[in-house]
Design a protein around this ligand. Structure first.
Ligand code: GUE
Length: 368
């Protein structure tokens, strides 16, 4: 009995030790693996820009913008009119939508999922829906409160995945903090991922010789702006400022597919102005008002300003004005061409969303 107890005890002891040993070794192994992958992938740090104390706090004055690209009298940059370009693209899309409707009796459909009550998101979503209506694309909308569950969002996405009248699904970002953005974006059907944010579409964008089903709208809008302004990209030095999943990162990937030499400048870049000053083309998507000053630019550079930053402005009725990442007043004296904010990349982003939705519907109905 004693022996049995002892044996049992010692076996337990062994078991405990063994278990401890196994636990220890598994722990240390997995710790090593985790630590190593953290090391190799880089630490997860918040993307916080240190604001430049000498940046002007007031937004630059509104820009005149009627012609497509207009050269002002003085020695200043040509203004690339994104709004006018987007108007033109929307009218091309409207023609295609009506040709589709007349020929097969179908129209493209776009579904938008909006979670929470962020004012800026509501404004952007409203603009997207209005743009759909203008070109004849059918729109669907699910609005959920900030405190809804992730399952409710996933349900909305999966019902749109199954709906044959929906060819594009857009989950407006950012989602509320408590939601797993990764999981939700993974659930959007690849064939309906008109934002191009699904990791498979993003991965195919990154890899040579593969074609994503959709190119993210903001990067696609930036490239369209350059192409339609007859700016050569191949072989040029481009500085992309910012590396977000929705703008900076896919823009840098797309530019490489156009054979540009790309430098990505971000919040941890040392001497960002020096790197930016070497670039023939500067695309700023940092989300920091007036970050890019005149002396950051090489004389004659082409500047694409992706930023749409609300800056307090007591003179405006909404209490704020939209300002880009680029200090416009300074940049026009140095650059050869520049996109204004508003009226630059923003309208092009929306036009590209419509274009992706049209392409998706054409693919679904095998209509060309
Ligand atoms: N899933 C997802 N897809 C997006 O494409 C997406 C997103 N989430 N989250 C937020 C950003 C931002 N974004 C803009 C779109 C249009 C304008 C735009 O039209 N701006 C106008 C002015 C707007 C105004 O006057 O308020 C302009 O620049 O002229 C701006 C910003 C899309 N985003």
């Amino acid at each position: 009995m004693m022996m049995l107890m002892m044996r049992k005890g010692s076996r337990n002891l062994w078991r405990k030790m063994g278990l401890k040993q196994i636990l220890y070794s598994t722990n240390s192994l997995s710790d090593t693996l985790v630590n190593n992958s953290v090391r190799v992938l880089g630490p997860d740090l918040p993307e916080i820009w240190i604001p430049n104390p000498s940046s002007p706090s007031r937004p630059p004055p509104n820009i005149r913008r009627s012609p497509f690209i207009f050269n002002r009298q003085e020695q200043t940059a040509a203004v690339i009119d994104g709004k006018m370009m987007a108007d033109e693209i929307r009218s091309e899309i409207a023609n295609e939508v009506s040709r589709m409707k007349n020929s097969i009796g179908k129209v493209p459909g776009l579904a938008v999922v909006l979670v929470g009550e962020r004012k800026d998101s509501q404004i952007y979503v409203r603009k997207k829906i209005a743009a759909c209506e203008e070109v004849g694309i059918m729109s669907f909308m699910t609005e959920l409160p900030k405190d809804c569950t992730e399952v409710q969002v996933l349900d909305a996405v999966s019902s749109y995945n199954l709906d044959p009248a929906v060819h594009g699904i857009l989950v407006q970002l950012p989602l509320p903090q408590h939601m797993n953005e990764e999981k939700i974006l993974n659930d959007v059907s690849l064939e309906k991922d008109v934002d191009g944010f699904h990791p498979v579409n993003m991965g195919n964008l990154a890899m040579t010789g593969r074609d994503p089903l959709f190119i993210p709208c903001t990067p696609k809008g930036c490239i369209e702006l350059l192409l339609r302004s007859n700016v050569e990209i191949m072989g040029k030095k481009v500085a992309v400022i910012g590396r977000s999943n929705i703008a900076g990162l896919p823009t840098s990937l797309l530019l490489q597919r156009h054979h540009a030499t790309v430098s990505v400048v971000h919040a941890f870049t040392k001497n960002p102005e020096k790197i930016t000053r070497e670039a023939d083309i500067v695309i700023s998507a940092a989300g920091v008002a007036n970050l890019v000053r005149g002396h950051w630019l090489k004389p004659g550079a082409i500047v694409i300003d992706v930023g749409t930053n609300p800056v307090e402005d007591p003179d405006s009725e909404s209490g704020y004005t939209l300002t880009g990442d680029v200090c416009y007043e300074e940049a026009i004296k140095v650059a050869s061409a520049i996109t204004p904010v508003p009226g630059g990349v923003g309208p092009m982003t929306i036009a590209m969303l419509l274009s992706n939705t049209l392409d998706s519907a054409k693919r679904a109905y095998r209509f060309s």
